[in-house]
Design a protein around this ligand. Structure first.
Ligand SMILES: *Cc1c(COP(=O)(O)O)cnc(C)c1O
Length: 408
């Protein structure tokens, strides 16, 4: 008899975005002529940069000839890519990393979920709230979240980020072993200053907390004072793993490539208190459970760092960020309270009169056929907020604003 992992049974079946899809489909059935505009998607819409395409075409051709064919590559990724990452993403910010501290993967979602493999089931977990749902759900699966009480898991420490604290998380009052931070943040679109991030790194250093830092949106940062990497803070290599992705930065959501940085000086502990290098454990995990990202994909990712690639990536991000500015100004002109959007492709709006975020979702859909994401779907502190994304086309963004203006 195969016994199942019963922790899975604690998870709700319906996932936020399938709930939304159901509601939108029901609306479309009763309003077949309406043109629905989605400002809800967390997926990019601009095609891959030309430089990436060319590199991938070339790699495909190499795979077709015996002399240049490649089979299994290193599980950790090819050094041409890890070297390009270190040189362009880290050395430029004064951070030195070794080749074997960077692990190429098939996207940040996989590794933010998989990292729990090397951590005991009874660590206590802290998350800023609201948050990317993968962090909590993957801990539920591992039995690390406890039981669901109302809309909170008993062994998860929720650290609110709301307008009341300017979206800067306060240090937790309860002891945590593992902390997820994501900045620029999905869903709030807000960032942490260097001073605030330093507070967290120092807290982690003083309390032996492991920080899992998700920097999937770092390329959207416009303000030169905001840190792109947690390793810009002194001492962070002793406490933090950093996740990054080519998905939102270079349009790789369908291609799949990201990377995880596990510094060699970062330790976890055995129950008896012995220090264990997490880099070693993660390498061991990857070499058993992962067989590398495809060569073609890694050549495409490498091209993101070529002068042409970098310019094309910047053009796409500028396009999204122009949408973000347009949306933010337009919504504010309508009297809305809007946060984020300055250094991230997400806008976080307070619902009018703080009505529930699902109620506002229905109103927006049925009055003006616009789809967004209810804030409460990202955690209890998201109630009373609504997420818009800047990933739509300019035309749709403008039309959505026009409809919103007329309605409000
Ligand atoms: C989109 C996103 C990712 C990236 O996911 P991939 O698996 O790399 O496509 C990671 N973290 C957050 C918070 C995201 O929104």
């Amino acid at each position: 008899m195969a016994l199942v992992n019963e922790h899975f049974l604690k998870l709700a079946d319906n996932y936020l975005f399938s709930d939304i899809a159901k509601k939108v489909n029901a609306y479309k059935v009763t309003h077949p002529k309406a043109k629905v505009i989605s400002l809800g998607i967390g997926d990019v819409t601009r095609p891959l940069p030309q430089a990436v395409l060319e590199a991938m075409h070339k790699a495909v051709d190499e795979m077709g000839k015996a002399e240049t064919f490649r089979g299994y590559g290193p599980e950790q990724g090819y050094s041409f890519l890890t070297e390009a990452i270190i040189k362009n993403d880290y050395a430029t910010r004064g951070i030195s990393l070794d080749n074997n501290e960077v692990f190429i993967n098939d996207g940040a979602k996989s590794d933010t979920g998989n990292i729990g493999d090397i951590l005991r089931h009874d660590n206590s977990v802290g998350v800023t709230d609201p948050i990317y749902p993968v962090y909590i759900d993957s801990n539920v699966m591992a039995g690390r979240a406890g039981t669901l009480e109302g809309n909170r898991w008993s062994n998860i420490v929720y650290i609110p980020c709301t307008a009341e604290n300017d979206f800067v998380p306060d240090l937790p009052s309860r002891r945590i072993d593992i902390l997820y931070l994501c900045f620029p943040n999905n869903p709030t679109g807000t960032t942490l200053s260097k001073e605030h991030l330093k507070t967290w790194v120092n807290y982690a250093l003083a309390n032996d907390v492991l920080i899992l830092y998700d920097a999937a949106y770092e390329r959207y940062i416009r303000d030169p004072k905001i840190p792109h990497s947690i390793y810009e803070i002194r001492g962070a290599k002793k406490v933090a793993i950093e996740f990054r992705s080519f998905s939102k930065t270079a349009g790789f959501t369908g291609v799949r490539c990201g990377y995880t940085v596990v510094p060699k000086e970062l330790n976890g502990f055995t129950l008896a208190g012995k220090k264990i290098a997490l880099n070693h454990l993660w390498n061991r995990r990857q070499t058993t459970k992962f067989n590398g990202t495809s060569y073609i994909t890694q050549r495409g990712a490498e091209a993101v760092f070529s002068p042409e690639g970098a310019a094309q990536v910047k053009e796409n991000i500028d396009y999204y960020m122009a949408n973000a500015r347009l949306l933010k100004k337009g919504l504010e002109d309508c009297g809305m309270k809007v946060f984020g959007g300055d250094n991230a492709p997400y806008l976080w709006m307070q619902t009018p009169d703080r009505i529930s975020s699902w109620k506002f979702f229905d109103q927006l859909l049925y009055n003006v056929a616009i789809v967004g994401t209810p804030g409460v779907g990202f955690g209890p502190s998201g109630e009373g907020y609504f997420r818009f994304t800047a990933f739509g086309s300019r035309e749709n963004t403008e039309e959505a604003l026009e409809r919103f203006r007329k309605w409000i």
